[in-house]
Design a protein around this ligand. Structure first.
Ligand code: HEM
Length: 510
């Protein structure tokens, strides 16, 4: 048998195998050529080709996505900005900024008719009832919603709510004293204690009743699920980097995720309904909103959707700052001593600790600012989309369709913005600051975001953080437990994944 006749007598399954291998080979070659073609385009012809950044990041979104998946995106951004400067091309269609001017250009007010980046529609989606929240609404709906809710977050409202904050801060102190009285060597996880307090406060404001976390010293499953969903939501969210897969994945997995979201949402609906049916004479969100002219246009759907925002935006963030600041104070005993002297010197009793009294404490304010700089509760950027006309950011023309983000941690840990950026030095925020801090770029620090869509609860958050921290320091001496020595080495899944912060608190007064 000559070799030339061999193919004729090959069994059919071998012929199939050969055809199949050819098809696979063809596919591999096609994918490889496509990848090379895309890589060449993105490196040499793409509108973002002249922006600095690692070549691999310009070619593919995989390195950025991988770091999000591993919870290391915050560190990657610090590193890339350190190496490449104030603007970095972090993936083919995405630019990251750590220059203070980007706050105004991305988040700030623009003149009427001037194009501006919008909140990225892939990231900012409506609530489960398909109603947009204050955070996700387009600019027009946002302005209306913001007007409605601003009554509940005004200075006047805060003054009316003062007693409520004091009540929960006192309960926190009471619980810690109780634990100490049971066991003088007690070790307390302050992350939990701060979360219990901030969730109870916000629940009282939004549902007219606490979640009783402080009373029971235990999370309820609804709260645990919030923490879990922040992590899984951040991981699952990477699919947005492949828009066509995103649509497909939404269709395929819609039901699984949907069911969990429905259960979570229903909890808010039931509690808001219960609060409205019961009525209340307290200065909670609903009394302040519904009694004002603007609030009468609010639909039930909007009430439910926005409550979910308040219960996340107004709780975890504040507890995060308190946990981070407590950690840095414990790592810097000289700062803690100075702060304790200020607080204990200013007040004689709990009743003295008022909004006005706390606002006068300059060193407390400096410590809060430095805590927000070192450990911003929202450490990464909030994705915005450049409109088709393009915009100017930090003096550069940015073409339409680009995703842009202002990175918080990378902004605050840059020596271009702050001297000794990785050191916790509250003095930099005071008039007694060393000369080298005179050139600190204070405007770079915007932990509550910037412009018309900045944090609505900023004043509330400052008061809450002040009163809780002041009462803790007024009543206790604190020590960090050894196991929490490296507490700040954490992953970020949109928000910090906080480890337990184990501390020993010893009462200094009855
Ligand atoms: C340290 C504490 C806090 C920090 C660092 C913080 C930070 C932020 C940031 C960065 C945004 C912009 C989010 C975005 O555009 O995607 C935001 C928005 C918002 N925050 Fe806060 N927040 C804090 C506490 C609070 C509190 C206590 C409340 C009270 C409910 C609150 C309510 C809101 C609301 C309603 C928005 C949406 C505002 C709008 O779109 O007009 N936040 N916050």
């Amino acid at each position: 048998m000559s070799s030339s006749t061999l193919p004729l007598i090959l069994p059919s399954h071998i012929i199939h195998t050969l055809t199949f291998s050819k098809a696979v080979l063809g596919l591999v070659v096609f994918v490889a050529l496509r990848f090379i073609g895309t890589a060449i385009y993105r490196l040499y012809f793409h509108p973002l080709r002249n922006f600095p950044g690692p070549k691999l990041h310009a070619i593919t979104q995989i390195p950025a996505v991988y770091s999000i998946w591993k919870g290391q995106y915050h560190n990657l951004m610090v590193e890339l900005h350190h190496k490449y400067g104030h603007v970095v091309r972090v993936s083919p269609n995405e630019l990251s900024f750590n220059d203070h001017r980007a706050w105004k250009d991305v988040h700030g007010h623009q003149k009427p008719g001037q194009p501006k980046p919008i909140k990225h529609p892939s990231w900012y989606v409506p609530a489960i009832n398909d109603v947009h929240t204050i955070i996700s609404a387009n600019d027009v709906d946002h302005a209306r919603t913001r007007r409605i809710f601003s009554n509940a977050f005004s200075d006047k409202a805060l003054k009316q709510q003062e007693g409520l904050f004091a009540r929960y801060a006192d309960l926190l102190v009471h619980k810690i004293k109780e634990s100490y009285n049971k066991d003088k060597n007690h070790v307390i996880d302050m992350v939990r204690m701060y979360n219990y307090t901030t969730f109870d406060i916000m629940s009282d404001l939004a549902f007219g009743e606490p979640l009783y976390l402080l009373t029971n010293e235990e999370y309820i499953p609804w709260v645990t699920n919030i923490f879990k969903s922040i992590r899984t939501g951040s991981k699952a969210g990477i699919i947005r980097y492949w828009p066509s897969l995103y649509t497909l994945a939404k269709k395929l997995t819609g039901n699984t995720f949907q069911k969990k979201r429905v259960v979570h949402f229903q909890y808010c609906v039931d509690r808001v309904d219960r609060r409205i049916a019961r009525g209340s004479d307290q200065p909670d969100i609903w009394n302040l909103v519904l009694n004002a002219k603007e609030g009468r246009g609010l639909s039930k759907g909007e009430m439910y959707a926005n409550t979910t925002v308040f219960m996340i935006a107004g709780t975890e963030t504040t507890a995060t700052l308190l946990s981070g600041l407590t950690y840095y104070l414990l790592k810097h005993p000289e700062v803690l001593k100075k702060l304790a002297a200020e607080i204990r010197g200013a007040f004689q009793s709990d009743e003295d600790i008022t909004i006005e009294g706390l606002q006068r404490l300059k060193y407390l304010h400096a410590c809060l600012e430095e805590g927000l700089r070192m450990y911003p509760p929202v450490p990464i950027g909030l994705p915005h989309l450049v409109p088709p006309q393009g915009v100017q950011i930090c003096g550069d023309y940015i073409p339409g369709g680009t995703t842009v983000q202002v990175q918080q941690l990378a902004m605050y840990r840059s020596e271009k913005n702050f001297a000794e950026p990785n050191s916790f030095i509250p003095e930099r925020w005071t008039s007694e600051a060393d000369g080298k801090f005179n050139s600190d770029n204070k405007h770079a620090l915007q932990p509550f975001a910037y412009g018309p869509r900045n944090c609505l609860g900023k004043n509330l958050a400052y008061h809450e953080m002040r009163i809780i921290l002041a009462k803790i320091i007024f009543h206790f001496d604190l020590l960090l437990n050894e196991e929490s020595n490296d507490w700040d080495t954490q992953e970020v899944y949109t928000l910090w994944q906080k480890h337990p912060l184990k501390c020993k608190l010893t009462p200094v007064r009855e």
